[in-house]
Design a protein around this ligand. Structure first.
Ligand code: F6R
Length: 234
């Protein structure tokens, strides 16, 4: 694992941008993308760059079940706002949260990943070491699957909705094996709330109880983080 420590989230985004630009210039055709606060600066850089995405494909990690793409809490909406409006891709795939048959949607998404092997996968990391919605205990050999959100996540998300009943109860998410199949991975983590996760991802045992620890086994992972996030590393 290569670790790049940057001054802050903004320089971290600029650093990630350099890697993305370099990979795209060197022929990367399929980008695996993430939502959340960590990639926002990278997306700003990409959105304002001269890079052309019209020949590229993007595949996102996850989407909530039951949310319309127009819902401002959906990951479709997030990606449109932060990147796709400014930089349309040839194809942009996200799980369809409105699919009537989740099992077929999961199979469809796996097929998309199979047909478009990911050249460069972007990740954030949860405080507990989750990657995408793969929470502690998710099998390392998992492919795309439906994840039931925990009651605490549902309650935490309820602040963004008019009522708790509107909060999604599950999500469709790329599995850990799918993430590991990417040729190159860049993980962004900023702030001291990520320090436990960074320490255990980098130095801890590789265990399904700490999903991101599997990245120790990937041949090409770059972690971009700030000093606050790495302060516990030996
Ligand atoms: C996003 C995702 C999540 C986030 C993680 C970190 O698509 O799958 O795993 O990457 O929860 O979120 P932030 O970046 O908001 O700290």
């Amino acid at each position: 694992m290569k670790i790049i420590v940057t001054k802050d989230k903004i320089t971290g985004g600029a650093q990630a941008f350099k890697i993305f630009a370099n990979e795209i210039q060197n022929g990367a055709k399929v980008l695996g993308l993430a939502t959340g606060s960590s990639p926002i600066e990278l997306y700003q850089e990409l959105a304002h760059s001269d890079l052309n995405f019209s020949n590229l494909t993007s595949i996102n990690l996850d989407e909530y079940v039951g949310l319309d793409p127009k819902n401002d809490q959906s990951y479709h909406y997030f990606m449109n706002e932060h990147l796709f409006k400014a930089k349309p891709f040839k194809h942009s795939y996200l799980p369809n949260g409105l699919a009537s048959d989740t099992a077929s949607e999961v199979a469809r998404y796996d097929q998309i990943i199979k047909e478009h092997p990911i050249d460069l996968q972007l990740l954030g990391i949860g405080r507990n070491g989750h990657i995408a919605f793969n929470e502690p205990g998710t099998p390392f050999d998992s492919t795309t699957h439906e994840v039931k959100l925990t009651q605490s996540t549902i309650e935490a998300n309820s602040r963004f909705f008019d009522s708790i009943d509107e909060v999604p109860k599950s999500a469709i998410c790329m599995g850990i094996a799918s993430i590991m199949s990417a040729k190159k991975i860049v993980l962004l983590a900023f702030g001291e709330k990520k320090r436990w996760a960074i320490k255990h991802m980098v130095e801890g045992p590789v265990t399904e109880e700490m999903p991101a620890s599997i990245l120790q086994k990937h041949p090409d992972v770059t972690i971009i983080c700030d000093k606050a996030a790495v302060q516990d590393l030996d």
